[in-house]
Design a binder for this molecule. Structure first.
Ligand code: SAH
Length: 204
């Protein structure tokens, strides 16, 4: 079923073999509630705890491809959720730092990582709007929730040459890629519309 899912992603335009191999390898059904398990290899998003969703496999593959990860690179993920995207990043041998703001999901997914032997460098309970200044700069930053605007700290925490992949918008999001060209310059590309749960800011 995972091989079939990879074929569907190829048909939709995903080309990166390392990304496709991660999809072939990672048991997505284990990242989902058992009531949805039977649907795990459809190319669809599904509900997880705390009213959140596990992203659609195509979206995960598309965002991951845009990061252009090399082994050993430092990647920051905002929105751990089910941990599926985290597992894909780890499969690509990135050093992963991941932040989740829902305590219930943070606890559940942290336990799940231990059980499965997935080892992000850090899984953090907190507000991803601020990024993770103590571990910056990053080779890549991926935001897996819809951001009403681009959080400035995330741009600031990219290495020169680093890539930020972020869905920007309120009802619908435009997948946006920023590549840092210098201390002050960023190249911006807009890459189609998607739908995500909202990136929420902690107001305290
Ligand atoms: N990568 C996840 C996507 C989960 S949905 C997966 O495939 O399962 C997006 C996640 O972003 C949710 O879990 C939500 O709680 C989290 N989120 C929303 N706003 C956030 C913020 N400011 N900081 C960190 N996580 C946030």
């Amino acid at each position: 079923m995972r091989n079939k899912l990879a074929e569907i992603l190829i048909a939709k335009g995903i080309k990166n073999e390392n990304v496709l191999n991660a999809v072939r390898k990672i048991p997505r059904h284990l990242f989902m509630d058992s009531s949805f398990e039977g649907h795990a290899y459809q190319d669809k998003a599904f509900p997880i705890a705390a009213d959140q969703t596990i992203s659609q496999p195509y979206t995960v593959a598309f965002q991951t491809e845009l990061l252009e990860i090399n082994p050993g690179q430092k990647i920051l993920e905002i929105g751990t959720g089910s941990g599926y995207q985290t597992a894909v990043l780890l499969q690509l041998r990135a050093k992963v730092f991941t932040i989740e703001r829902q305590l219930e999901l943070f606890k559940k997914t942290s336990l799940f990582f231990k059980k499965m032997g997935y080892r992000p460098k850090k899984a953090i309970f907190g507000d991803g709007y601020k990024g993770l200044p103590e571990e910056a700069p990053f080779d890549g930053i991926i935001v897996t929730a819809g951001a009403p605007e681009v959080p400035k700290p995330l741009l600031a925490q990219l290495k020169i040459g680093g890539r930020l992949v972020i869905p920007v918008g309120v009802d619908e999001q435009i997948m946006t890629l920023f590549v840092r060209k210098s201390a002050t310059e960023f190249e911006k590309k807009e890459l189609g519309s998607f739908r995500f749960v909202p990136l929420l800011e902690n107001k305290n």
